[in-house]
Design a protein around this ligand. Structure first.
Ligand code: HEM
Ligand SMILES: *[C@@H]1O[C@H](CO)[C@@H](O)[C@H](O)[C@H]1NC(C)=O
Ligand SMILES: *[C@@H]1O[C@H](CO)[C@@H](O)[C@H](O)[C@H]1NC(C)=O
Length: 329
């Protein structure tokens, strides 16, 4: 067989593998087996978020922290103590004392088990509720692709290694995203999720009070008046669990203010501001594009969420459909 034939075959098999791999997730996956899945999830999430405005942000973050650790397999939901030999990802320092929203996921799972037992995976519940959360907060809607199955294991060390950190350099952030086939555009668009939700002082105190380990020093990329605000909210020696809005201008709504804040050097995390303040970086024009046109941000954000939701999914007969999202069957 000639070289060009071999290459053609490789191309074809790659194409087919890609098509088959993605074809397993479909927006109508539950249309006959659990047609009301989205209605049920939306009702419960809407109700719970009425008494807790932060809940939508917490729930959408769960999908991100699920997908970035060995794929979107519901592993983030497993309680270490309830699964044999499983090191819970909840114990990773990026997650411990930081993730929230597990109760409403349990509530939705219970409701779904009542109407269509053993059908809807916990991984899919996270994908569905991420979309609902964004749209409830005023952001875009999109057709969620479904058909994921749940993993039977979790991995705390993988979570520690894979989940990005505020002080990560742009190179490291780019690498952590590219490991999941997410490019620079995805990195910038998905970071726009910091348009809602909160951060604990523990995550920003070094940036404003002890930058580079120097007492009293701050990250020079923070706009001076905003630095004073952050220092007031997170004084040196203050409570590490005090909460700060990730988007100071519209803390609870999903809009493109996050990118306008970055243009004003009012990004809260280093990993936020670095997208705009790294001179010459390919992220800068993307920040400007999303700051100037909210519809464009929404369009690309939805596309990137679908891409993220496709990371290493279990499909077909792989994994299982958990009965309880906190433990393997
Ligand atoms: C680019 C790298 C990222 C870094 C370094 C990062 C880091 C963080 C940190 C440190 C917090 C605050 C946690 C705490 O203090 O308890 C946070 C909150 C949050 N993150 Fe990210 N994040 C990143 C990307 C993302 C992405 C891609 C999404 C979703 C698509 C996301 C969604 C959220 C949300 C919604 C919150 C607020 C959650 C709440 O209110 O509890 N983040 N992030
Ligand atoms: C779906 O929900 C609607 C109203 O919420 C209800 O009328 C309908 O019977 C449900 N369908 C199924 C198949 O459960
Ligand atoms: C903003 O983005 C939308 C969606 O991508 C596009 O249709 C529209 O033309 C853009 N508007 C401007 C002023 O560029």
């Amino acid at each position: 067989m000639g070289l060009s034939n071999t290459i053609a075959l490789l191309l074809i098999s790659n194409l087919m593998f890609g098509v088959l791999g993605n074809a397993q997730l479909t927006s109508d996956f539950y249309s006959t087996t659990c047609p009301n899945v989205t209605v049920i999830a939306r009702g419960l999430l809407e109700q719970a978020s009425r008494s807790d405005v932060r809940l939508t942000a917490q729930v959408m973050r769960l999908h991100f922290h699920d997908c970035f650790v060995n794929g979107c397999d519901g592993s983030v939901l497993l309680d270490a103590a309830l699964a044999d030999g499983v090191e819970g990802e909840k114990e990773a320092f990026q997650n411990a004392g930081s993730l929230g929203g597990f109760e409403v996921i349990d509530e939705i799972k219970t409701a779904l088990e009542n109407v269509c037992p053993g059908v809807v995976s916990c991984a899919d519940i996270l994908a569905i509720t991420a979309e609902i959360s964004v749209s409830l907060a005023g952001g875009p809607s999109w057709d969620v692709l479904l058909g994921r199955r749940d993993g039977r294991t979790a991995n705390r060390d993988d979570a520690v290694a894979a989940l990005p950190l505020g002080p990560d350099s742009l190179d490291i952030l780019t690498t952590k995203f590219s490991e999941h086939n997410l490019d620079t555009t995805d990195l910038v668009a998905l970071s726009g999720a910091h348009t809602f939700g909160r951060v604990q002082c523990a995550a920003i105190t070094n940036r404003v009070n002890n930058f580079d380990g120097i007492n009293g020093q701050s990250d020079p990329s923070v706009e001076p008046a905003f630095l004073q605000t952050l220092r007031r909210q997170c004084p040196r020696g203050g409570s590490p669990t005090a909460l700060v809005n990730l988007d100071p201008t519209s803390p609870d709504s999903f809009d493109n203010d996050y990118f306008k804040n970055l243009q004003n050097n009012r990004g809260v995390l280093e990993s936020d501001q670095i997208l705009f303040s790294s001179r010459g970086a390919p992220t800068v024009p993307l920040v400007n594009r999303f700051a100037e046109n909210q519809s464009e941000f929404f369009r690309i954000f939805a596309r990137s969420m679908i891409k993220m939701g496709n990371v290493k999914t279990l499909t077909g007969t792989e994994g299982e459909i958990r009965r309880d999202c906190r433990r393997v069957n």
